[in-house]
Design a protein around this ligand. Sequence first.
Ligand SMILES: *[C@@H]1O[C@H](CO)[C@@H](O)[C@H](O)[C@H]1NC(C)=O
Ligand SMILES: [Ca+2]
Length: 329
Amino acid sequence: MKINALNLFCLVVIFLCLNRLSTQQTADLNDLLRREHSLIKPYGGSSAGIPFWDFVGSTIVSNKFVRLTADSQSLQGALWNTIPVDFTDWEIQFQFHVHGHGKDLFGDGFAMWYTKERNVLGPVFGNKDHFTGLGIILDTYANYNGPNNRVHPYISAMINNGSLGYDHEKDGINTALAGCESMFRNKDYDTFLAVRYQNYKLTVSTDVDNKNQWKECLSVENVKLPTRYYFGFSAATGDLSDNHDIISVKVYRLESPRKNEQIDHSLIEPSSASFPEQKELVDAERPSTAWRVIKIMFISVFVIGLVVGALYVGYNIYDKQRRTKKRFY
Ligand SMILES: *[C@@H]1O[C@H](CO)[C@@H](O)[C@H](O)[C@H]1NC(C)=O
Ligand SMILES: [Ca+2]
């Protein structure tokens, strides 16, 4: 084939289109990959640790995985990137493996973080409560059994400015932005999660069905997160346990539609416009007016019935006594 101008033009067009497609689906262009935020085998670790990553609590490293918790009770472990993120739009993809001996009982799950604080162990899947930033929670144990409970394992996103506490009793439904059920546990093939934050939109996708493709779990607009926060992972076991392993992490810097914003992105307060799941839960807990009216009517009829019944019985007894007395007089 002769390389003339037209051929070259066609090639360039095809290349650009392919590029476009791949960035739209998931970021996988190597030139966007940020090594300083990524964890790729071989980890290159020594006894001094892995470059750019800190371990806290029960976390241990082998050459195949970073194990946040082993399959035994009452552990908390975390893995934190040491470099703050200096770009506004990003995607983090990680391979994980949650597995253990438990058939019906296992827990509690793990979380991926993009937060201001790092390296602090605590009760929220091994991380501190009242965190500031984003948490993607992969909850394997259903604590909550009320209205609108979720099938577990359940993945949810939570944004916090430090004011909210995570409520395990409700599996965090009251503070979750959105979520999805996801059967990611005890798989003998590779399982992945992708969290994309681009143009104030947060999207979480899973690849846990051995199909080698992303499936959208949740997507929320108007999510505000600053730069200069840290990526991290944490996990916890309590009475129930599982191995929570992180196998690899890849962070991509994404093309930003926010380039021309004249603001200091590091000063943005974490927030989101909506709490859809919270509303659902509150609605479920607060019965509708119609239901309340029916309940009041039902109770009224019951009470009136009771009073009428009591009066009837009372009168009969009184009447009988009166007649008995009469007979003896
Ligand atoms: C923090 O978040 C809470 C709950 O979402 C909100 O009521 C409060 O105004 C926020 N505070 C700041 C300083 O943004
Ligand atoms: Ca739970």
